[in-house]
Write a protein that binds this ligand. Structure first.
Ligand SMILES: Cc1cc2nc3c(=O)[nH]c(=O)nc-3n(C[C@H](O)[C@H](O)[C@H](O)COP(=O)(O)OP(=O)(O)OC[C@H]3O[C@@H](n4cnc5c(N)ncnc54)[C@H](O)[C@@H]3O)c2cc1C
Length: 1229
């Protein structure tokens, strides 16, 4: 590729003949970089680094309860029966920052010196590559001339918008003009009309300038600027703000822009310039945005600047934004408000109200504004404004984007906030609630306090025995520096790339496929589809999932074919060119629809606790119970959102051999499925995983969806194949956590004891079985959570729908089962006006109790974790403080809640509870351990290294784990069910034992010798230095067909969390103020890893229960397919006060070295935040006279919170029309 730089004399024209040639060419060769990328490169490295600071000077978040303060720790030390660990010390600090290399500012990442030296980034140049012409003018006139000659050229300012269009809409960008070096676009000054800001500035630069002016001008003048500054804090993230421009935001004309409502309400102007007509100033008003993403800017014009009026004494301004997630999320609604009030008469002289998110364009409320002008600022003014706005901004029930009632409520609530703010500023005390503080979170500390309490190993433990020590993750440094190798980092020579052609509909028939356009694209090699699949081959444990659609389409995003090309992007583009002829049919999308249609994936399951003591099921007479609650609750699914999307490489070798490198949690399943679908023996295949970038269950059973097509293509074209899913496809093709409906009927006695339970868990399983059976069974055996029921009948139903097959997700149904139960407990407490903590304490399992599914609970630590958490969190005192806060605050409410959990450890299927390992000792004394578990960031390999080092009595540095592979350890189970270290640890222990036994004679012969000598003696004496180990854990199968229980799991893990939240009842926003967790992990193998798992699981559970929302259209089209629409918790959502404590003096005779599993058990504790939010919402409802129990489904999104906070604002919102009379935007799956 050639880049042509014009330094002084002439412009190269690329077909625009009239451009003055004023610069001479400089030529240089640059290979293999796309035009867009190169342009970005030459423009400089814009990446900004997030910096999450922890204030480590504040001490312990446990305050007075800190064990440093209370020398005799308040943490209970009463030992679990059977505790074997001896004396262990408690330690507060997990790791020391002094262990890290100090920051060295001279070692910053360097910008390529040659580019810096030659200043290429600031020169004018033009180049042509792959049919894209790129211009970078330095001269302002050149910019205008270029825009005149190339009116359809796009200006690439920050590229934050264009890059998305390019990636996902495959738009052609034949001509790009980069204006970043034109200094006229950076002019900034205060002029007569206001503040003039050149639109070349990044948002960060603009913010800095705004802050500067806020310090220089008077408080009265900067009311709009102040709001720009505050809004920018919530605009995207730092990295986007550092590159994105104001001009890009205005030109994009997004109806949910955060800034456009501010420009509109402030009566700001844009300065537009063109070569032919010169400069004009244009108001950003109702005539500026012409339609969805359309403005009145002409094609030859450049946005030069924005001019923001300064405010005067009698003018007031405010702007508000609400998004699904507070940080780095696009708005649901943004509102900006300006009012000018006569200070003597309180008459409104001018009012401007603008909203984003309420129409296809940013909207000025002209009718309301005209009717409010000239009115007296009063309580009546507010009522009138709310009525007018509710009429003017009313949204139809099925409005695109959905949430019609919530969006209107937000618009009204924002106005109410503005009204109170202005009234307060005016000291106009005649309006109601003027004294109320409406800003939530203003008492929340900015810094993060986190404590981690664990037991340090006994002094007597050998110094090089690593078990129980908080060693850092063995790949932690590599994760941090980016040197850790993942599937996509592996480059295989001669490799081709595959991209799926997916179904555009959820249900229907595929009539034909036309590959013509795709095959014409340069670089396309061919395709594979259903006709390449071995006859009858289906994937999945139940052989029910077609590799590719042949006739019937069963979900949106289903793979129909795959294009093979020389490059990933070419394959993607070609896949988008494949023409599909389909005929759509009505899909079943929701649980409700499936129940109505009797659409189930398998027969129903049952558990009858009465069968634990009787031969037949005992049927109780419910009419005899005096206190019964009955209800139903919905819980949404969850995207796995692992950092690394699913991918694999398949390399064909001689004799039909296939080498598969994959990002998956179960190498064995991939191995079996490929062998099955290609009709080759398993010994011809090796499947390997080095590490995966997160799995969370999403990579447990889904590997074959990629590996089978890639293997088919590798065989068909006899070349290595790489298949990596873009996030967009990954989220459509692979399933999610199962959404559930949980129905319950519970009888309680006069003391609140649970007498009888009838519980039905119903899951949305998607189009095939996948792991739905196991998920349902786990939901059923966790429906008791930590409570003893006199009698319990539990049923499980799995609905078959036209969705991607829902699958494993950390917790595997357990959280869903427990959620219904905790809701039921709330229902009882609220219905009979009982204290929910007392009710729960009364019904906690006691040592030796039997669960409905027949398992006796030994070392039952529920009460210990509960009590300790209650003490650590200072729950009782803070509960009183919360009540006081709520009595003093009308629109902000707090909630505090305790949530206990019990999680059974082991796979639900007996044969999966086994593991193998291979330990190889080399003559230099180094040891290579292979086992069946996958490292996915959870620290499994670190724990296994610790186990191996202890077993062999050698330093951990001598032990290494390379990867997980089916040709080293066959038939391994998925790394799932939290038993990775339990199972594989036992297998490694077994292998090490065998080796130690073989070394024993040499040790005896040479007791003074060391490991190396013994190993070499064994070698010289022809004794094997390798061993394969095997391990199993306890399992007894429950008969789910007849309902007869068994001692299903070897043990349970217990924990309790306490959460406090603050809720903005007017917007539905919330802050998680503090979280305390006490978790029983037995004798932790590695407290650093275990506490990391607890913190991570809690946050993932918090996302599940409060903000992550899968959105699916009623026709089955999945809307949430990326980070733009699907929100997982961000750094800002982490509780500001986060204390995790491992339960002391707990042991576990069923776990390796007395430890307990940790991966999944803490996840349900995330629901504690949900229940705390519910408490806050309830406080608001009670204040408004609504005392009765209310249904509050999960997740508690801002929409659900706001709509549950029924008040005078929601009264202005029209009710939805009758169900069935309109098509809602999304279906409640
Ligand atoms: C992760 C992410 C988060 C985001 N969050 C938010 C958010 O919270 N709130 C929000 O409002 N937006 C958000 N956005 C949208 C986006 O950042 C803004 O729209 C941004 O301001 C676009 O500016 P840009 O310079 O990157 O535009 P570019 O991508 O460079 O260009 C976009 C369009 O503007 C035109 N254009 C650029 N400069 C000029 C000019 N001088 N004259 C005429 N036309 C011009 C281009 O031709 C192009 O059509 C987000 C985007 C991303 C990727």
């Amino acid at each position: 590729m050639q880049i042509c730089m014009f330094l002084s004399a002439s412009y190269h024209t690329f077909g625009c003949s009239s451009i003055v040639m004023r610069q001479k060419w400089l030529k240089m060769d640059v290979f293999g970089i796309s035009a867009g990328l190169l342009g970005m490169y030459l423009n400089g490295i814009y990446t900004a680094f997030f910096c999450f600071q922890i204030n480590d000077t504040n001490g312990c978040g446990m305050g007075e309860n800190c064990c440093k303060v209370k020398k005799s720790s308040s943490l209970s030390d009463d030992a679990t029966p059977g505790y074997t660990g001896g004396e262990r010390k408690r330690k507060l600090q997990l790791s020391s920052l002094s262990d890290c290399a100090p920051y060295d500012a001279t070692q910053e990442i360097i910008f390529p010196p040659e580019l810096k030296h030659k200043n290429f980034d600031s020169l004018s140049f033009a180049y042509d590559h792959h049919h894209t012409k790129w211009y970078q003018p330095v001269d302002y006139d050149d910019l205008l001339t270029l825009k005149r000659e190339l009116p359809h050229a796009r200006l690439i300012s920050g590229n934050s918008e264009l890059a998305i269009e390019l990636k996902f809409r495959f738009i052609d960008l034949p001509v790009l003009i980069n204006p970043k070096q034109v200094k006229e676009l950076y002019v900034k000054r205060v002029e007569e009309n206001g503040v003039y800001m050149g639109t070349g500035m990044s948002l960060t630069d603009m913010d800095r300038y705004v802050v500067k002016l806020m310090n220089e001008l008077t408080v009265e003048q900067v009311k709009v600027l102040q709001n720009i500054h505050e809004m920018l804090h919530w605009f995207a993230g730092t990295h986007v703000r550092n590159v994105a421009s104001v001009s890009g935001n205005i030109a994009t004309a997004s109806p949910i822009s955060d800034l456009n409502p501010i420009w509109m309400a402030a009566n700001a102007q844009v300065v537009l310039d063109s070569a032919d007509r010169g400069e004009r100033r244009c108001c950003i008003d109702e005539n500026f945005f012409l339609g969805y993403r359309k403005t009145c800017i002409r094609s030859d014009e450049v946005i030069k600047a924005v001019v923001v009026p300064l405010t005067t004494k009698n003018e007031h301004f405010a702007a508000y934004k609400q998004a699904q997630r507070r940080e780095d999320d696009i708005a649901i609604v943004t509102g900006a408000f300006f009012v000018k009030i006569n200070p003597d008469t309180f008459i409104v002289e001018k009012i401007r109200i603008a909203f984003g998110g309420m129409a296809p364009t940013t909207k000025l409320t002209l009718t309301t504004m005209s009717k409010l002008e000239g009115q007296f600022w009063s309580q009546g003014f507010l009522d009138q404004a709310l009525s007018l706005l509710s009429e003017e901004m009313k949204l139809p029930a099925g409005v695109p984007g959905g949430m019609s009632q919530y969006r209107l409520s937000l618009a009204l609530s924002f106005f109410f906030k503005f009204f109170l703010k202005v009234s307060k500023d005016l000291n106009f005390m005649e309006v109601q609630n003027v004294e109320q503080n409406l800003t939530i979170g203003n008492t929340i500390p900015k810094s993060l306090n986190a404590t981690q309490v664990y037991q340090e190993v006994n002094d007597k433990q050998k110094y090089d025995d690593p078990v129980g020590r908080p060693l850092k993750h063995v790949s932690g440094d590599k994760h941090t520096t980016g040197e850790a190798v993942y599937c996509d980092d592996i480059n295989v020579a001669d490799c081709l790339h595959i991209a799926f052609v997916t179904s555009p509909i959820a249900h229907g028939t595929l009539n034909s496929i036309d590959y013509t356009a795709a095959l014409h694209l340069n670089g396309v090699i061919g395709y594979i589809d259903a006709y390449d699949v071995y006859t009858g081959a289906q994937i999945g444990h139940h052989n029910d999932t077609p590799v590719f659609v042949k006739d019937e389409i069963t979900f949106h995003g289903q793979p129909i074919a795959a294009i093979v090309a020389t490059d990933h992007e070419i394959a993607r583009k070609a896949a988008s060119l494949v023409k599909l002829d389909t005929a759509a049919k009505k899909p079943i999308v929701t649980i409700k629809q499936a129940l109505e249609a009797d659409s189930f994936i398998f027969k129903h399951f049952v558990i009858h606790s009465s069968l634990n003591d009787n031969e037949t099921v005992v049927k109780n007479d419910w009419s005899k119970y005096e206190r019964v609650v009955e209800g139903s609750i919905d819980m949404g699914g969850q995207e796995h959102f692992y950092l690394e999307t699913q991918q694999c490489i398949v390399i064909p070798h001689e004799d039909d051999e296939l080498e598969i490198i994959i990002s998956n949690q179960c190498v064995n399943d991939v191995h079996i499925e490929v062998a099955k679908c290609l009709g080759i023996a398993q010994h011809k295949i090796s499947t390997t995983v080095k590490r995966i970038g997160g799995g969370f269950g999403g990579k447990e059973s889904t590997g074959a969806i990629l590996a089978v097509p890639a293997s088919l293509a590798a065989r068909k074209f006899n070349k290595p194949m790489k298949l990596k899913l873009e996030r967009f496809d990954d989220m459509a093709i692979t399933g999610t956590r199962h959404p559930f409906t949980l129905q319950y009927k519970l009888a309680v006695d006069e003391n609140g004891k649970f007498i009888d339970l009838d519980y039905t868990a119903i899951s949305n399983s998607g189009h095939t079985m996948d792991l739905s059976m196991g998920v349902m069974q786990r939901a059923m055996v966790h429906a008791d959570n930590v409570y003893k029921f006199g009698n319990a009948d539990i049923t499980g139903k799995m609905c078959k729908t036209h969705l991607a097959s829902n699958t494993a997700f950390r917790g595997f149904g357990g959280p869903q089962g427990m959620f219904g139960t905790e809701i039921m407990v709330k229902h009882v407490a609220e219905q009979f006006n009982w204290d929910h903590d007392e009710i729960r304490e009364k019904n906690f399992y006691q040592e030796g109790d039997c669960t409905p599914f027949g398992m006796h609970l030994n070392q039952c630590n529920v009460t210990r974790t509960w009590k300790e958490c209650k003490t650590n969190s200072d729950y009782c005192k803070r509960l009183e403080e919360v009540k006081k806060f709520n009595s003093e605050n009308k629109f902000r409410k707090r909630g505090i809640y305790l949530t206990p959990t019990r999680f059974g450890i082991g796979f639900g299927l007996k044969q999966l509870n086994q593991a193998g390992a291979l330990v190889l000792v080399y003559t230099d004394g180094s040891v290579l351990v292979s086992h069946g578990g996958m490292e996915m960031g959870q620290g499994l390999h670190t724990k296994i290294l610790q186990i191996a080092a202890r077993c062999l009595e050698i330093p951990i540095e001598k032990v290494h784990i390379r990867d997980t592979a089916t040709d080293k350890v066959p038939n391994s189970s998925a790394t799932a069910a939290s038993v990775g270290s339990d199972l594989n640890g036992l297998a490694v222990q077994d292998a090490c034992r065998q080796i130690l036994e073989r070394l024993e004679p040499f040790k005896k012969e040479n007791p003074e010798g060391g490991w190396l000598e013994w190993v070499n003696s064994a070698y010289v004496n022809r004794v094997s230095l390798s061993a394969s180990g095997f391990g199993i854990i306890h399992h007894e199968p429950v008969d789910f067909f007849n309902g007869k229980g068994a001692e299903l799991f070897g043990y349970s893990v217990y924990g309790t969390a306490a959460c406090e939240v603050e809720v903005d009842c007017l917007t539905g926003d919330h802050h998680l103020l503090r979280t305390d967790i006490v978790m029983d992990v037995g004798e932790s193998l590695n407290p650093a890893i275990d506490i990391g798992q607890i913190e991570g699981a809690f946050i993932q559970g918090y996302g599940l229960f409060t903000m992550e929302e899968i959105k699916i259209r009623p026709d089955g089209i999945r809307l949430t397919r990326g980070p733009g629409t699907y929100k997982i918790p961000s750094a800002d959502d982490v509780p500001k006060n986060f204390n995790v404590s491992l339960l002391g003096n707990s042991s576990n005779k069923m776990g390796i070295f007395s430890s307990k599993a940790i991966g999944e058990p803490p996840l349900f504790l995330g629901s504690c935040a949900f229940f705390a939010i519910r408490e806050a919402v309830r406080a608001y409802r009670v204040q408004n006279g609504k005392k009765e129990y209310f249904v509050f489904n999960s997740p508690s999104t801002p929409e659900r919170i706001r709509m549950a906070c029924e008040d005078f604002v929601t009264q202005h919102v029209p009710a939805l029309p009758e169900e069935g009379s309109y098509t809602p935007w999304t279906a409640s799956v």
